[in-house]
Design a protein around this ligand. Structure first.
Ligand SMILES: Nc1ncnc2c1ncn2[C@@H]1O[C@H](COP(=O)(O)OP(=O)(O)O)[C@@H](O)[C@H]1O
Ligand SMILES: [Mg+2]
Length: 275
């Protein structure tokens, strides 16, 4: 039983699932030192999609990776379900890894070219001790492929046999295999053709609605973020300069930098609006 659920099984959205306080991520030392994340305080409720937007190099990926403990903060903290992630060891760390997943921009780089995609997903299940036996795991893989809009028979194919959009669907299926409650989507459509982007955004929206997964959705593109997220944080030079509902941030931006980002979006209404 997880601490976020009340007796009716519903998640309590008042308690943050993920929270940071004074989070700093620094690379290098001395004159080479880069302060990628500077004193970030944010909270993501269970089931909430928070968009993180800002120009390339402003620290979005560093922040996302720190939330998943793929990067150690130089100061400040990350809480997951109320506990510091830096303190996690052994079984607790493995449980955290299962509950918090990431999908990347590059669906080409994140799949092993020598593994059939079904095997790649099966491996994840196996490592985490899920599924009673191999046939059960293979059935689960086929279900997952079906869930993300792919033919179950695709399990027997290799990554090079798929398009970019299909590969991103496979990566999403692999992330969902462990039934996460939190997903960091780091520029998940930036490497895809515009025509494919809307389909993947639709898929992410549907998954959120069906599974009630909380998401940090990272993009340099405000239109993409708005298509998926109810709340948006704007990042500049390692700091969050503005946070608000998607409508507030896009229709009534307060910060000059947000206005600048908005002016760079040619057609904010166009992308990912249903269809
Ligand atoms: N592993 C690393 N080593 C050194 N500098 C890094 C590393 N990763 C990112 N940086 C630097 O940190 C800053 C933020 O990068 P990043 O988090 O990737 O930004 P974004 O995802 O917004 O493009 C950049 O100046 C980048 O060059
Ligand atoms: Mg990045």
């Amino acid at each position: 039983m997880n601490a976020m659920e009340d007796t009716s099984g519903r998640k309590d959205r008042r308690i943050p699932l993920v929270e940071t306080g004074g989070l700093e991520v620094t690379y290098g030392t001395g004159r080479e030192k880069v302060r990628a994340v500077r004193g970030v305080d944010l909270a993501i409720a269970p089931g909430e999609a928070l968009g993180l937007v800002g120009e390339s190099g402003c620290g979005k990926s560093s922040l996302g990776r720190a939330l998943l403990r793929l990067e150690d903060p130089s100061s400040g903290e990350v809480l997951f379900e109320g506990s510091p992630v830096t303190g996690l060891r052994g079984a607790a760390l493995k449980a955290f890894r299962r509950r918090a997943q990431i999908i990347f921009q590059d669906p080409f780089g994140s799949l092993n070219p020598r593994l059939k995609v079904g095997r790649a997903i099966e491996e994840v299940l196996h490592i985490h001790g899920l599924g009673a036996d191999n046939p059960a795991r293979r059935r689960r893989v086929r279900e997952l492929l079906d869930d993300v809009g792919l033919e179950p028979a695709f399990a027997d194919r290799y990554p090079h046999e798929f398009s970019g959009g299909q590969r991103q669907r496979i990566c999403i299926a692999r992330a969902l295999a462990l039934d996460p409650v939190f997903l960091v989507a780091d520029e998940p459509v930036s490497a895809l053709d515009v025509s494919v982007q809307a389909n993947i955004l639709d898929l992410l929206r549907r998954i959120r609605a069906e599974r009630d997964i909380a998401m940090l959705f990272i993009s340099h593109d405000l239109a993409v973020v708005r298509a998926v997220c109810e709340r948006i944080a704007v990042m500049k030079d390692g700091e969050i300069v503005e946070t608000g509902t998607a409508d507030q941030v896009c229709d009534r931006p307060r910060h000059a930098y947000t206005k600048k980002l908005l002016s760079a979006v040619p057609d904010l209404a166009g992308i990912g609006e249903g269809a």
